[in-house]
Design a protein around this ligand. Structure first.
Ligand code: NAP
Ligand code: G4F
Length: 327
């Protein structure tokens, strides 16, 4: 039976990937940080099949110990400080977890090896944030990086380390350059979930306004459930490689706002949305749009959920959730 060790198990993608791998017959292990992580209980309540092992991406020996206990056939490194805004305020922590954490895991895999002398296959959660101030449109695996945040810089480090360990030691290490992906499990700090959640609360009379930052940014937004399939497909290939995973469409935040407010029957979003300087970033990524043709051709991957369906899925989920809470 294949065994997966997932770092970032409590995050959006960790949850989707656990569910997906479990359905495929995997034994699923998750790396859990902290001495009494409050997220453990709710995670196990929803996904009772997950087995937790203690460890932290900033602690090398804990990663070695986790690999020895689990003996995984595949490692998915999703753990990170992933909130770009926070990375400006905690640049050193972000570099340590999101950047050097990748090196620690690669080195641990190289030293521990895999069960029965089978090499462990490794997935690195790289990001479209690495393109930052984009050099070409759309962005592909060959586009040069110009990161615009400590988070983006850390992801570039992790990406290059993954490529380097593949080339230097022959590790089956693949890097997925994933564009923004969202859904009802998205953290409330990210703009799409902040909007869908606020729309639900405004509709139910629990909130009056929604304060946001730069509304002119454009993102290539897909559904997280579609994107974790691509992670798995990368590790099933004979040869490791790097792949862009994206929808190929870009939308302004105002388009997300328009669809979300309409979906809840609230009409014009401008009546409810205000601008607050605190949500602007020292440097912005203005536009992202990915070219996933390599993944489509080589992995047979294709997104299933389109942009309007994604917005609707998130708003309907949050309307139901807030209505249940209000009872
Ligand atoms: P997320 O919801 O923010 O989850 C991040 C996870 O990392 C959490 O489980 C968190 O654990 C864990 N973590 C934080 N610090 C850690 C540490 N020191 N050691 C071990 N684990 C730690 O992120 P996501 O949206 O699921 O994204 C998954 C990965 O894909 C991340 O690496 C992210 O940077 C990358 N990515 C995401 C997107 C996207 O649009 N979602 C796009 C491209 C790349 P706690 O909950 O215990 O803090
Ligand atoms: O939702 P965001 O915080 O996502 P961002 O910065 O694009 O990063 C996400 O996607 C990356 C992939 O490209 C991941 F690697 C990363 O881990 C994360 O998952 O912000 C999206 C846009 C930004 O331009 C931001 O300035 O929305 C703008 N924005 C405007 N008002 C806001 C807000 N973002 C947030 N979070 N909150 C606001 O109030």
């Amino acid at each position: 039976m294949p065994r997966a060790l997932i770092t970032g198990i409590t995050g959006q993608d960790g949850q989707h990937l656990s569910e997906f791998l479990h359905e495929k017959g995997y034994e699923v292990f998750g790396l859990m940080k902290g001495q009494n992580n409050p997220k453990a209980e709710s995670l196990l309540a929803e996904f009772p099949f997950i087995r937790l092992v203690s460890g932290d991406l900033t602690d090398f020996s804990s990663l070695v110990a986790a690999l020895r206990v689990v003996e995984p056939t595949e490692v998915y490194n999703l753990g990170a400080i992933s909130f770009v805004a926070m990375s400006f305020n905690q640049a050193e922590l972000t570099s340590n977890v999101t950047g050097v954490g990748v090196l620690r895991m690669l080195e641990a895999i190289r030293l521990v090896g895999g069960p029965n002398n089978n090499p462990i296959r490794f997935y690195q959660a790289s990001s479209s944030e690495m393109y930052g101030q984009v050099r070409e449109i759309p962005q592909s695996e060959l586009t040069a990086f110009h990161p615009r945040s400590p988070y983006g810089v850390a992801k570039v480090f992790g990406h290059h380390m993954t490529v380097n360990y593949r080339e230097s030691y022959g590790l089956h290490a693949s890097s997925g350059i994933l564009f923004n992906h969202e859904g009802p499990r998205r953290g409330y700090e990210f703009v799409t979930r902040k909007i869908s959640h606020s729309v639900a609360r405004i509709k139910l009379g629990l909130q009056d306004t929604l304060l946001l930052g730069n509304l002119a940014a454009k993102r290539d937004w897909g559904y997280a459930g579609d994107y974790v399939k691509a992670m798995w497909l990368m590790l099933q290939q004979d040869q490791p490689d790097d792949y862009v995973i994206a929808t190929g469409e870009t939308h302004e935040i105002t388009e997300f706002l328009q669809l979300a407010f309409e979906c809840a029957g609230l009409g014009d979003w401008k009546k409810y949305v205000g601008i607050d300087k605190q949500y602007f970033r020292p440097a912005e990524v203005d536009l992202l749009v990915g070219d996933a043709s390599k993944a489509e051709q080589k992995l047979g991957w294709k997104r299933e959920v389109d942009f309007p369906s994604l917005v609707e899925m998130m708003v309907r989920h949050d309307l139901d959730m807030e209505a249940r809470r209000a009872k």
